[in-house]
Each structure stands twice: as C-alpha cells, then as structure tokens.
Design a binder for this molecule. Structure first.
Ligand SMILES: Nc1ncnc2c1ncn2[C@@H]1O[C@H](COP(=O)(O)OP(=O)(O)OP(=O)(O)O)[C@@H](O)[C@H]1O
Ligand SMILES: [Mg+2]
Length: 496
C-alpha cells in the first residue's frame, strides 16, 4: 500500500430504520492532506465520520489506518488511534467549565488528584495559542456563544494526540476573523502531517483550503477530485446534479410603514446602545463578528432575555414583550441560531416541531385537525426539499441541515409581522439555501419585516435592502444596498 495513505474506508454501508444512509462508500485521505467531504443535506457525510469515530456501528465495510485493518468499536478505540472528531452538533458538557471540558477525557476515570489550577493554566495556554485570549477557562460552557463553544471543542482535540482530525461544519458558527484563525490552525496541523477531514457547505472555503474533495450524494460516492481545476459551478453540479444560474433572485417588495423601531436598547453585558428601524417588506441585515451582540439584541426584544433599558416601538405602539410567547402572539417571531438548544424539540416529532408556533392555523375551536396539520407540514417541508422518513419521526433523526429546515419551517407557518432570522442558512446545502432565500423574498413581498442576522457576507449583500453592522454591543454603521461590499462590512465590524 502507498505509504502516504493515512486512512482508507472501503465499502462502508449503514442503514437506519427506513433510510440507507451509506451504500458501499469508499473514502481515503493522505498524511498531511486537507480533504473536504461535501454533499447535500442528508448525503451521509456525518454518518461516515461517526463510523470512523466509533460513535455508530457500520453494517458493512473495512477501515484501514496506515495500511492496517482496524476494528473501531467505540469512541475510545478511535481516540487511541489518534482520531479526533468535532461534531456538527457538538457534545460539550454545558455545566462544566471550559478547562474541564478540554481535559474531560483525561480527568474522568483516573484516580489521581486533579490539580485544577494547572488544568486551568494549561487550558488558558492552549486558548491563547489559538488566538482566543478572551475566553475564560473558568467560565461555564453554557455561558459561551456557540462560536466559543466550537473553539473549546477544537482546543479539546488539539490537546490530545491527533493524527486524523475531522471537522463537521466547523465554520458554520464562526465569523470571518475566526475562520481565518481556524484556517491557520489547520494549515499548521497539515504541516505537521495531520490528516484533516473537512465537512462544509461553503464552496469558497472548500476551494480555498482543501487539497482534494470527495462528493457524496444519497449515501454513495459521486467523485473524488483534486482542488486544482475545480470551480464553484463544478462542485455544485457534482453535489446536486443540476446547475444554478443565480443564487440571489430579485425581489419585488415595496417597503411600507415602520414595523419595528428600537431606540437605545441596553441588555445584559453584550448590548450597550442599539438603535435601528425595520419597515414592512424590507429585509434588513445584521452583520458583525461573533460576540458583537446581534443575537443578544434580538433575544432581548423577543422577550427571551431581560432588557435593561431602551424603547421598542412595534406596530406604532410602545411595547415590551414579557416573554417569547407574548412576542409570538403579537406576530413577532425569532428563528434561533442555536437550533439544538432553542430551535427544536429534538425528542418531538417533525410535525410537532413545524407547527408549534402556529397551532391556531391547523386547529378549529381548539381542536387540532391532524389531517390538515400533516398535509400542511408535508407540503412545506417538500418545498424546502427536506429529507426525512415520516413527519412522525423525532426531529433528532434528521441530518443537521434538515433540522435547520424544520426549525425554519416553523416560522413560515406562523403569520408574522416581523421576523428575526438568526443565521437562517447555517448548515444547509446550496439547493436548500436557494429555497430559503426564495421564501425570505416571499415573506418580504407579503409585507413582513424581515431581520436577518448572518455571518456570511455574500448573503447579507445578496439579500438585504439595508444592513446594520454591530461591533462590541453598538451599531458601528448602516449601509444601503448599493453601498454594501465585503470590504466595508469587514471594516465596520472590526472598527478599522
Ligand atoms: N440516528 C438516526 N436515525 C435515523 N436516521 C438517521 C440517523 N442519523 C442519520 N440518519 C439519516 O441518514 C441520512 C444521512 O444523514 P447524515 O447526518 O449523515 O447527513 P449529512 O450528509 O451529514 O447531512 P447534513 O449536511 O444535513 O449534515 C439522513 O437521511 C438522515 O436522516
Ligand atoms: Mg451532517
């Protein structure tokens, strides 16, 4: 066997009840290679990596590491072989601190007395090395933003022996400056001979960082190609089997009255003084770095977090939503960025998750019309090309991107006057992105005031009539559609 081949997975097959997730898949990476794994939502990417990590068992297939067949039965086997996986839906212990999470597999089990001070110092050192001086190793993970939770995960992997590092959509929660840091780290690891397997839906990133790309579709291999000569169009065609002419279609919406006006909002530690306005039929973007206070601003308005001071004028009246339920009753919706924690009830059915914000629509005189509900849900999910078994399956059986589609579906159902979409296309594939953009356009055309928080600049530029850029809890600037460029957005976000 070729000496440079680090990992070879051969003929991997895996079926879940009702779904064949993988069918005779082959996958191989070399030492010191960054290998991207791509494919539509539900293509089987995460499943393949979970098999490598020993998190689930394959039905068929063999795995070779350094040319030797290995039987990976459980996560510990994988860790011993130097395989580290950062999952899409990551698995930190929220009630433990950053330092405890980083060293968790080395503090549990052993009888030795733990030196907490040393542990914290080591964690700090690693965080600083990664360029994240502002993460406190003593902070509880639950108190961190999703991006910082992600950084904690990466840190955890880097402090133990790692030969094969798998990152399942690592950048979907990061913004550009953090992505740069991550890429530096990956290049460094590559230089040291680590094989990096990189799953992402972001074509630009993959083309930038990967040496080779393997594309899966419906649980089977499409192709494996070197980066040289690949283009975005070629990748999209491989993934979806058809071409897209245009990512952002035009919108025919007229902007109307101001639906939401916020003046000098202050909330928590992250929101210091925020003022903005959104009109009916407008799509207004919120750009900025992680930690700029975008989500926190919207959560305070929505009634999910306490609000210190400021004025909210909603539909012409001074308003304070005391809790999310009250906001929803008044037609104010919020699609959360953290679908696992807030967006979805993972142990409830897909049907329940889709209609939960709008039960009055599928019921009459307080009685739920199940037929009607089911039809509604199937139709809506089909329009987003969601891949699922039955509407009665638990939401947790869905692939990451398909979970996001269900979380999104919930708010299309609810008739909102104003809706906040916090990273609406996180983790969804190109095809579904297009569908989501279409639906956002339709919402605006119906006169809904849409607020879109996004860390993807092309999305802000392509979709928004106006954009606010936030920095350190303040609005750093406001740009009209015709003045938006990536450069301007970055400069405002970073304060240069
Ligand atoms: N625990 C499970 N039970 C039932 N079906 C599952 C389970 N895990 C995955 N599946 C199904 O297997 C298929 C492949 O899922 P997988 O998570 O590997 O997709 P993916 O390529 O990672 O997609 P995404 O880009 O959306 O994350 C999907 O149809 C999914 O619904
Ligand atoms: Mg996945």
């Amino acid at each position: 066997m070729d000496q440079s081949v680090k990992l070879e997975m051969r003929g991997i097959t895996k079926a879940f009840v009702g779904v064949k997730a993988l069918n005779q898949v082959n996958f191989e990476t070399e030492k010191g290679e960054i290998h991207a794994l791509m494919g539509e939502n539900g293509a089987g990417k995460s499943t393949l990596m979970k098999i490598l990590a020993g998190a689930i068992h394959r039905d068929e297939g063999t795995i070779f590491i350094d040319g030797v067949e290995r039987h990976i039965q459980n996560p510990l086997d994988a860790i011993r072989l130097g395989i580290s996986v950062i999952y899409q839906e990551f698995m930190l212990a929220p009630h433990l601190t950053v330092a405890e999470n980083i060293f968790i597999d080395r503090i549990s089990g052993k009888k030795a007395v733990i030196n907490w001070k040393e542990l914290k110092a080591k964690a700090k050192e690693q965080l600083v090395q990664l360029g994240f001086n502002d993460i406190d190793p003593g902070a509880k993970v639950a108190s961190l933003s999703v991006a910082y939770q992600q950084v904690t995960e990466i840190c955890k992997c880097l402090t133990r022996y790692t030969d094969i590092l798998v990152l399942d959509e690592p950048t979907s929660v990061l913004t550009f400056s953090e992505i740069e840091k991550l890429f530096e780290i990956l290049q460094r690891l590559k230089g040291k001979g680590v094989s990096v397997i990189y799953i992402s839906h972001r074509l630009e990133e993959v083309l930038r960082i990967a040496d080779r790309v393997t594309v899966l579709k419906d649980g089977a291999n499409v192709d494996t190609l070197p980066n040289a000569g690949l283009t975005k169009d070629k990748l999209v065609t491989l993934m979806v089997g058809r071409e897209f002419s245009q990512m952002f279609a035009g919108r025919h919406a007229k902007s109307g009255d101001v639906v939401l006006e916020v003046n000098h909002l202050k909330a928590g530690n992250m929101v210091k003084d925020v003022s903005f306005k959104v009109r009916a039929g407008e799509v207004v973007g919120f750009s900025g770095l992680v930690g700029a206070g975008r989500s926190e601003t919207m959560r305070a308005i929505f009634g999910a977090d306490p609000l210190a001071s400021g004025e909210i004028i909603y539909m012409g009246e001074k308003t304070r939503f005391k809790d999310p339920r009250c906001a929803i009753q008044h037609g104010f919706g919020l699609l959360s960025e953290d679908r696992k924690k807030e967006g979805l009830l993972l142990f409830q059915s897909i049907r329940v998750n889709s209609t939960i914000a709008s039960l009055q629509k599928v019921s009459r005189a307080g009685l739920l019309n199940h037929r009607k509900e089911k039809d509604f849900v199937s139709e809506l999910l089909a329009s987003l090309s969601t891949k699922y078994g039955s509407t009665e399956d638990d939401a947790r059986s869905l692939s990451g991107g398909n979970q996001q589609k269900v979380a999104f579906a919930k708010w299309i159902f609810a008739d909102c006057k104003c809706i906040v979409l916090d990273e609406p296309t996180r983790g969804v594939d190109v095809g579904a992105k297009l569908e989501i953009y279409k639906i956002i356009n339709q919402l605006a055309e119906k006169g809904v005031a849409v607020i879109m928080i996004s860390s993807e600049m092309p999305e802000i530029i392509g979709m928004c009539d106006r954009a606010y850029v936030m920095r350190q809890g303040l609005v750093a600037g406001e740009l009209e559609k015709q003045e938006m460029t990536e450069e301007k957005l970055i400069k405002l976000a970073m304060g240069v």
